[in-house]
Design a protein around this ligand. Structure first.
Ligand SMILES: CC(C)(COP(=O)(O)OP(=O)(O)OC[C@H]1O[C@@H](n2cnc3c(N)ncnc32)[C@H](O)[C@@H]1OP(=O)(O)O)[C@@H](O)C(=O)NCCC(=O)NCCS
Length: 170
């Protein structure tokens, strides 16, 4: 049975192992893994959180969520979000599932778990980037209500769609 939990500093290696396993299984440029130092800093920062999908033995998927605030990396700037709304942005920064666990809806499960957590932290809009050729990730974001807002070269020249979803204010 898969459960979703918050990552701790002890999980840096597991997150990086999932990144490394997923990378060669997708088209070049569709997914860009982060270095361990970035993952370590992300798990530690209060400006975001990291969720793990874990079976009985080990983590098999992860999602990094960031609250970029007024930072230059806030994707809200790329879709013309007013400056006074940048603080309401949650960014789905990185998500991957170990290839042996594909096809079980874990990306959607991680996103569904993260959205209310982000909402509780004051986020009203969720943003992410996806390669136009990454059909599985695009399909999952679309199924959860994310809509394409822009397309531009990013991350060293790779084209990315920027997607947005208004988080339920319930
Ligand atoms: C994108 C990703 C997280 C989706 O994984 P997932 O949650 O297992 O996806 P789903 O459960 O929706 O799988 C749906 C179907 O697509 C297949 N599938 C999922 N990702 C696939 C991929 N990259 N290549 C080929 N098939 C894939 C699944 O096996 C499943 O097939 P089925 O319906 O015949 O069983 C996963 O492909 C991955 O880790 N990719 C590498 C990292 C990445 O691209 N991250 C997103 C960056 S925006």
């Amino acid at each position: 049975m898969i459960r979703v939990r918050h990552a701790t500093p002890d999980d840096v290696g597991a997150v990086c192992a999932i990144m490394a396993a997923a990378l060669p299984a997708v088209r070049p440029g569709d997914y860009l893994p982060d270095p361990p130092e970035f993952v370590e800093a992300h798990i530690a920062t209060p400006e975001g959180f990291t969720l793990l999908a874990e079976d009985e033995e080990w983590p098999v998927g992860f999602l990094l969520v960031a609250f970029p605030g007024p930072g230059s990396d806030n994707l809200g700037r790329d879709i013309g979000l007013p400056v006074d709304r940048l603080a309401q942005v949650a960014q789905m920064e990185s998500v991957a599932v170990a290839p042996g666990w594909w096809g079980r809806g874990l990306q959607r499960r991680l996103l569904r778990a993260a959205e209310p957590l982000a909402r509780r932290r004051g986020s009203e809009v969720a943003l992410c980037t996806v390669a136009p050729t990454n059909v599985h990730s695009l399909g999952n974001f679309a199924a959860l209500g994310y809509r394409v807002m822009a397309r531009k070269p990013m991350y060293g020249g790779f084209d990315r769609l920027i997607l947005a979803k208004r988080l339920d204010t319930g």
